[in-house]
Design a protein around this ligand. Structure first.
Ligand SMILES: Cc1cc2nc3c(=O)[nH]c(=O)nc-3n(C[C@H](O)[C@H](O)[C@H](O)COP(=O)(O)O)c2cc1C
Length: 193
């Protein structure tokens, strides 16, 4: 069975991003494990001590420590789905906090002798789902995750599904959402995931 990791950064009860992500997940075949970032409240790495604890766990091979669970889980997934609303041209800060917990040397990537990152993640792809109030021409959230996937984790494919302009007065929100749903259906029908 495929392991699907669902990273949920949606906070609104009526979240449209979550609706889109649930639709995408219904098209994927596998066991879904969810990390709900709003509920998990992952601690920010805000002191050198936190990093020292992490280094000593890695040095002593204690990779089953709770502090490393996000990196372990991320490395082991076959497909990763991230659902994040478009906030301030990127994503909610908790996604950055999560990624700092995931980007762990020896678990999700390692450095080669030349000092270059080599991916250790199993996933074939990461699928990013978002909705935006206006147009999302600058998309620092998706671009950042895409760069990490390719540059660090060894995840070669990233895909983006989005619904934009949802908060523009007069726009037909359900029509825009339906067209985003249809894009997902089309990708599924073409066997892209
Ligand atoms: C804190 C915050 C920041 C936002 N920043 C942007 C932005 O930079 N550009 C934009 O087009 N919409 C922005 N929006 C609007 C959201 O992207 C939009 O309402 C989105 O559909 C929310 O997703 P949700 O329904 O899943 O919560 C922002 C909304 C919030 C609450």
């Amino acid at each position: 069975m495929e392991k699907i990791l669902f990273v949920n950064a949606c906070v609104r009860e009526e979240s449209r991003t979550l609706r889109l992500a649930r639709h995408l997940l219904s098209k994927l075949d596998g066991d879904v494990e969810e990390v709900n970032l709003a509920k998990e409240k992952i601690p920010v790495i805000d002191s050198w001590e936190v990093l020292e604890i992490r280094s000593s766990l890695l040095k002593s091979g204690e990779t089953d420590a709770p502090e490393l669970k996000w990196a372990r889980q991320f490395a082991a997934a076959d497909t990763i789905v991230v659902a994040a609303p478009y906030w301030d041209l990127a994503f909610p800060a908790m996604v950055k906090v999560y990624m700092e917990r995931v980007t762990v040397t020896g678990l999700t990537f390692r450095y080669s002798e030349e000092g270059l990152p080599v991916g250790l993640c199993k996933a074939r792809r990461l699928i990013y789902v978002m909705t935006a109030g206006g147009p999302a021409r600058l998309n620092f959230g998706y671009d950042y995750l895409d760069a990490l996937c390719r540059g660090f984790f060894g995840i070669r494919e990233t895909m983006l599904f989005k619904a934009e302009n949802l908060d523009i007065v007069g726009n037909d929100v359900e029509k825009i959402m339906a067209s985003a749903f249809a894009e997902i259906d089309e990708a599924a029908a073409k066997g892209r995931f």
